[in-house]
Design a binder for this molecule. Structure first.
Ligand SMILES: [Zn+2]
Length: 177
């Protein structure tokens, strides 16, 4: 999605569009995503406003993705909403490109068009966490994946089962003696 800076007003231009799903998923899977997949084209709701020397973009991007619960590893579908708050500045020759990209929330553009697709994909990917798990209720039950995560996590621990097995073996030996 490209926006034309010179057409923006100080009042702001509301924009609603979707991000292409395929390039986003290709990008997610470039790294070790741990089985995270976006299921639907994310929806972008932003207002682009002219500022002195550039523009500002405010809003959010909403996506539905599927990923393993970090506790029970069941694949769970969930919605993520990432706030967007950017300053758009023209890429000047004097400022090194790497320097300007280091500024958090600053997007640079050259010419009259700013391409937001890349930055929007990044905003989503940076908000993914391999440690994500659904909210849990009072009984430690995952509210989305419907498992008792707190319990299954303990039960699946190898140490507990092997200790139990050792104790059982020891008890049997005592009996036979
Ligand atoms: Zn779970």
């Amino acid at each position: 999605m490209k926006i034309r800076i010179s057409t923006l007003s100080y009042d702001g231009l509301p924009l609603e569009f979707t991000l292409d799903l395929e390039p986003l998923n290709i990008r997610v899977n470039e790294g070790d995503s741990g089985g995270i997949v976006f299921l639907e084209a994310p929806t972008v709701n932003i207002v682009a406003r002219a500022t002195e020397g550039g523009a500002s973009v405010l809003g959010s991007v909403t996506a539905i993705c599927q990923q393993p619960c970090s506790t029970c590893s069941e694949s769970v579908r969930h919605t993520m909403n990432v706030p967007i708050q950017w300053t758009l500045l023209p890429r000047s020759e004097s400022v090194a490109q790497s320097e300007s990209f280091d500024d958090v929330g600053v997007i640079t553009y050259s010419g009259d068009h700013a391409d937001l697709e890349d930055a929007l994909q990044e905003a989503l990917i940076l908000n993914l966490s391999p440690f994500w798990h659904p909210k849990r209720d009072d009984e430690e039950k995952c509210l989305l994946c419907d498992k008792q995560c707190g319990l299954s996590w303990k039960a699946e621990g190898e140490d507990t089962t092997s200790i139990k097995a050792l104790l059982a073996k020891a008890a049997e030996k005592k009996k036979t003696r």
